[in-house]
Design a binder for this molecule. Structure first.
Ligand code: EPZ
Length: 422
């Protein structure tokens, strides 16, 4: 297994290009199943999760071709000959559940492995299943698989989400595009990735209103046609790299960055003493003074503070002037980066969904272990400003969501290298 060695250093300067959004691409790719005509995605990120989704779609019979070094994904689903998503693929990536709605809408039947939990939580899919049942699907859970049928096709229905689930909204939205009649999704997720999916589906001929608000209305159509769609900027990669100059000092421009994707996050950066300004090519980030101010953070569905930036924000607050309280309201076990940061000298107390961080002057480099995707990058951020060397192991977690992280950080002056494991 590979590791990443970070040597704490000085201020950073230069530009980092932000890639297309992993969490948009992972729902845009299954949309190919809704049409027999080609769907092409541009600005796609080069990540292991995208390769896993490619493997899954190919196992169903879709043609998926990666072009231009992975930045273009050309798909065609005219010959779907398998409607079963096997556990051995689904267990590698939970987003695999997003083939359920499209397959059911297209052919009236699907068998998809339950994804199982992951490091950050149990990650149930009950809201996905409830939404599809509201559209007339008959579901049976057997041997760890969801057996779904809609012999007469899906019909429009009203879906009331108990929680604004991103994945459940995406599954229901895709399924509703081909359902007979009108579907209304209440308490729908409002993330930019939902809007990006709706834009792509509209380009394919779907009739969708209200995406980006809590109520989405879909008028089903008989069929969807092909399209070409550019994947939206990755707001989580953007926020992650904005924290590099915030933690180390200096000034970095994030190419492709958009404030509207991360407004709540930018408000917290401003309160902590970080200047974010818009430039013709994206966003410029610069720390105002020598010390970050402590701020309190509570994660929430969009447009609130993103849970996917909580671990990275904690790394920043470890050396803030004062005490910060971080409240994780989305996942039940998303503080696994805390014990690793404490190995670097951070002062953190975790009680259930709350973490209290008391700022110290400097962190000290240490060997630490990545436990999940966003925790792994928070350890790299901490290592950038720590005294000495930090060796982050199990970086396969990182490869799921961050393309070329070493090259991007070296490009702005960070002392970081990848060490290939035995
Ligand atoms: C998406 O996961 C993202 N993944 C996650 O990003 C992100 O953290 C999450 O949304 C929240 O923003 C992708 O888009 C591939 P949810 P998802 O359904 O759809 C509970 C990353 O680091 N829930 O909004 O799984 C669930 O247990 C990943 O890139 C149910 O109880 O998130 C969780 O506590 C991590 N029943 C909460 O809702 C359900 O049927 C949020 O889940 C579905 C979800």
């Amino acid at each position: 297994m590979d590791s990443i060695l970070v040597k704490g250093g000085g201020a950073l300067s230069g530009q980092i290009a932000i890639a297309g959004a992993k969490n948009a691409c992972l729902t845009l790719m299954p949309a190919t199943l809704l049409s027999e005509e080609p769907l092409t995605l541009t600005n796609a990120p080069r990540l292991s999760d995208i390769r896993t989704m490619t493997e899954l779609l190919r196992s169903l019979g879709a043609e998926v071709t990666s072009l231009q070094d992975g930045q273009v994904i050309a798909m065609s689903s005219h010959a779907i000959d398998n409607h079963k998503a096997d556990y051995d693929i689904v267990r590698k990536m939970r987003a695999s559940i997003l083939v359920l709605g499209p397959m059911l809408a297209r052919d009236g039947h699907a068998v998809v492995s339950l994804p199982g939990g992951c490091a950050i939580g149990a990650r149930p899919v009950d809201l996905h299943l409830k939404a599809l049942e509201a559209m007339g699907a008959e579901l049976e859970l057997r041997d760890g698989y969801v057996h779904a049928k809609a012999a007469k096709g899906l019909r429009g229905g009203v879906v009331d989400f108990d929680f604004a689930s991103v994945g459940a909204t995406e599954n229901a939205l895709m399924a509703a595009t081909l359902a007979k009649g009108t579907t209304v999704l209440n308490n729908a997720a409002r993330e930019p990735e939902i809007v990006d999916l709706a834009n792509c589906l509209r380009a394919m001929g779907a009739q969708i209103d209200g995406d980006g608000t809590p109520t989405i209305t879909i008028q089903g159509v008989d069929r969807l046609h092909g399209a070409t769609h550019r994947v939206v900027t990755d707001r989580i990669e953007l926020g992650t790299y904005m924290l590099a100059p915030a933690i180390c000092g200096g000034e970095v421009e994030l190419l492709g960055g958009r404030i509207d994707l991360i407004a709540a996050f930018c408000e917290k950066l401003d309160a902590a003493g970080i200047d974010v300004s818009e430039t013709p090519q994206g966003l410029r980030v610069k720390r105002r003074g020598d010390r970050i101010r402590a701020v309190d953070v509570t994660t929430a569905p969009f447009p609130g503070f993103p849970t996917d930036l909580q671990a990275q924000m904690m790394a920043l607050l470890c050396t803030a002037d004062g005490t910060s309280v971080l409240e994780e309201k989305i996942f039940e076990n998303r503080f696994m980066h805390a014990p690793e940061l404490m190995r670097m000298g951070a002062r953190i107390e975790v009680h259930g969904g709350h973490a209290t961080v008391t700022g110290v002057d400097k962190l000290k480099g240490a060997p630490v272990m990545a436990t999940d995707l966003r925790a792994s990058v928070s350890l790299i951020l901490a290592g950038l400003a720590a005294q000495g060397e930090t060796l982050v192991s199990r970086v396969y977690h990182l490869d799921r969501g961050y393309e070329h992280v070493v090259a991007k950080l070296r490009g702005v002056g960070a002392n970081i290298e990848r060490i290939h494991g035995t």
